[in-house]
Design a protein around this ligand. Structure first.
Ligand code: G6P
Length: 598
């Protein structure tokens, strides 16, 4: 799980590559490196640590060709030696890689016995030695021959001394070419290219390519040239930058209303014409995802049942793909903001193999999942750089509501008027997000209840059970506090044993929800164990306030839509706790935004 950039053109390559790597740091940030062709000769600079460490040791260079890499270690611990790029023994070839080479041990044994000297503990290094063996004057051909020996997944970029060319190959890891005038770019993600171009060519699995300043050639797995129309990306470079906020996460939380608004607008066709729905079988549905997307799926289950009476099951993508699949559903919906999560991609393939129709909900146009499924529904949250999902999660929840409402209407569960009124409630709840944002300072104050805790519980019921799981996930991933989410009714079956005055509990109780009274009882149980309770409830709820040490109010909303404002309050809470603890908010340790390994 790493980020790759490449540049060939007339600019200073090192600058372009550093700029691109900065945008890709969310993909990995335990080490970084750059290979340049400087005066015809290859040079490597690589360091363990964040990009700034590399920046500090980068020599001045006039090179116009180079490749760069930001790493998130999978094979071989983070270190200078294990950082990419890697160079061939003769010093004439260099490569960077994202993915996993499964047969690297066998390949390494063979290459070593043929005299290749290895300098790292990585699987990646075998690629550069294979390339050295296969190179006979055509870099792309040598790469195409090398990958024939590789089992696993990869995005690889290679350069050679004396050349102004990058060769690359892709299998199950993202790769995109940025098209310029007298220059071309390569990257794992368009966000790395947006400062230079918005004209891109997406590379498909099995393809290899060669780019020079004036030429782009793409070949399929059989070596036949491929012609493809470029796509134009509508995200601006500014969309992918911090815009005055201290962290991407905060900026992205503040972009929540926009993300919802755009997702709503983008889905209007689907609402009006039933697009993406015509071939959908409404007997039952399974929702499959990982991480935060799985929590959006959990909200999805409630709303599919609420609005559409559609029997809905849930599975984690990493489990679904290995499950016996005895009770298959006609429709599987895969939710993945990046569209690149390895487990979700594998689940999509498995669902199709089992004969299910597949629909992906994703935020990234042209991402791999869009080519693996029958239908796509895009969320329109724009680029998200912070590793912790915020606005994309909101947009995913919204997509779940939209689908449920539309299916409910198509099935006859909702009349035209009820569908309209549900949509207007959704529109209002996006305005409510703004009201929660306006309370940022109150929430910041409330974060003091948690910032020195070692453990923290999040409890909720019904549709706010997943919201609280997501709240706990946000807190643990960016503040490193041990945070657990529970369905409040489950406390008495175990977790209560852990409560005392040192463990704060965040409890959401939404007046009007059928479980509201039960939630109040659960809050009392918790308070009786001396745990400080931070309540989250609807404006004016004095009953809840009486039981809690402190309350964060969200605007009055119908309970079924409450996960939207509650989620934003929890995102802001996690952000401020992490900030008070001086944590690396946008790039939490050991995590990456896009998990392209199983
Ligand atoms: C990683 C990210 C999470 C994300 C999960 C699934 O773990 O850190 O924020 O929820 O992957 O990602 P996806 O792109 O499939 O939604």
């Amino acid at each position: 799980m790493c980020g790759i950039v490449g540049y060939v053109g007339y600019r200073q390559a090192a600058e372009v590559l550093m700029e691109g790597l900065k945008r890709l740091e969310y993909r990995g940030y335990d080490s970084a490196g750059i290979a340049l062709v400087d005066n015809g000769r290859l040079s490597l600079t690589k360091r363990q640590g964040e990009l700034d460490v590399l920046r500090g040791v980068m020599p001045r260079s006039e090179a116009r060709t180079g490749i760069g890499h930001t790493r998130w270690a999978t094979c071989g611990r983070p270190s200078d030696r294990n950082a990419h790029p890697f160079m061939s023994c003769d010093g004439k070839l260099a490569i960077v890689h994202n993915g996993i080479i499964e047969n690297y041990a066998a390949l390494r044994g063979r290459l070593e016995s043929n005299g290749h000297r290895f300098t790292s503990e990585t699987d990646t290094e075998v690629i550069v030695h294979l390339l050295e063996d296969h190179y006979k004057g055509d870099l792309r051909q040598a790469l195409a021959d090398s990958i024939k020996e590789i089992e696993g997944t990869y995005a690889i970029a290679a350069i050679r001394d004396g050349g102004q060319e990058i060769a690359a190959a892709r299998k199950e890891n993202p790769m995109v070419i940025g098209l310029g005038v007298k220059e071309n770019f390569l990257a794992s993600d368009v966000t790395a290219l947006l400062s230079y171009t918005n004209k891109v060519l997406y590379i498909m699995d099995g393809e290899t390519l060669s780019i020079t300043p004036s030429e782009v050639k793409v070949f399929n797995a059989e070596g036949v040239p491929v012609e493809r129309e470029p796509a134009v990306v509508t995200w601006s470079a500014e969309d992918a930058q911090k815009g005055g906020f201290e962290h991407f996460m905060l900026k992205e939380i503040f972009e929540g209303p926009n993300a919802m608004h755009n997702t709503l607008l983008g889905a209007l066709d689907m609402i009006e014409n039933g697009e993406v729905l015509p071939r959908i079988d409404f007997r039952s549905v399974k929702l499959v995802a990982c991480g935060s997307s799985f929590h959006a799926a959990m909200v999805g289950k409630y709303v599919m049942e609420e609005f559409a009476s559609l029997p809905t099951t849930l599975e984690l993508a990493s489990e679904y793909r290995y499950s016996p699949g005895a009770r298959e559903t006609p429709l599987v919906i895969l939710i993945t903001q990046s569209g690149e999560t390895a487990d979700t991609l594998a689940a999509a393939r498995e669902a199709r193999r089992r004969g299910c129709r597949t629909l992906a909900v994703t935020n990234v146009v042209g991402s791999t999942i869009t080519r693996e499924v029958d239908e796509v529904l895009y969320t329109k949250a724009g680029p998200e750089i912070g590793v912790a999902a915020t606005k994309t999660f909101l947009a995913q929840m919204l997509a779940m509501y939209l689908l449920a409402i539309r299916i409910g209407y198509a099935k006859g569960n909702l009349s035209h008027d009820s569908m309209r009124s549900a949509l207007s409630s959704l529109r209002q709840s996006s305005n409510m997000v703004q009201s929660v944002l306006n309370r940022m300072h109150e929430i910041e104050e409330a974060s003091k209840m948690i910032d020195s805790a070692e453990h923290c519980f999040f409890i909720g019921r019904n549709i706010n059970y997943p919201t609280m799981l997501e709240g706990a996930l946000k807190l643990k991933e960016i503040s490193y506090i041990h945070a657990e989410g529970f369905a409040a009714g489950e406390l008495k079956h175990g977790p209560l044993a852990l409560l005392d005055s040192t463990t704060p509990v965040i409890a959401t109780a939404i007046k009007g929800d059928p479980t509201y009274e039960k939630m109040l009882a659960n809050v009392s149980e918790v308070a009786a164990r001396d745990s400080p309770v931070l309540g989250i409830g609807l404006e004016g709820d004095t009953e809840l306030a009486r039981l809690c040490e402190r309350v964060i109010y969200v605007p009055k909303v119908k309970p079924v839509y409450s996960p939207i404002p509650v989620t934003v309050a929890l995102q802001i809470l996690a952000y401020h706790v992490a900030k008070r603890r001086n944590c690396s908010i946008d790039k939490p340790k050991n995590l990456a935004k896009s998990v392209t390994v199983e």
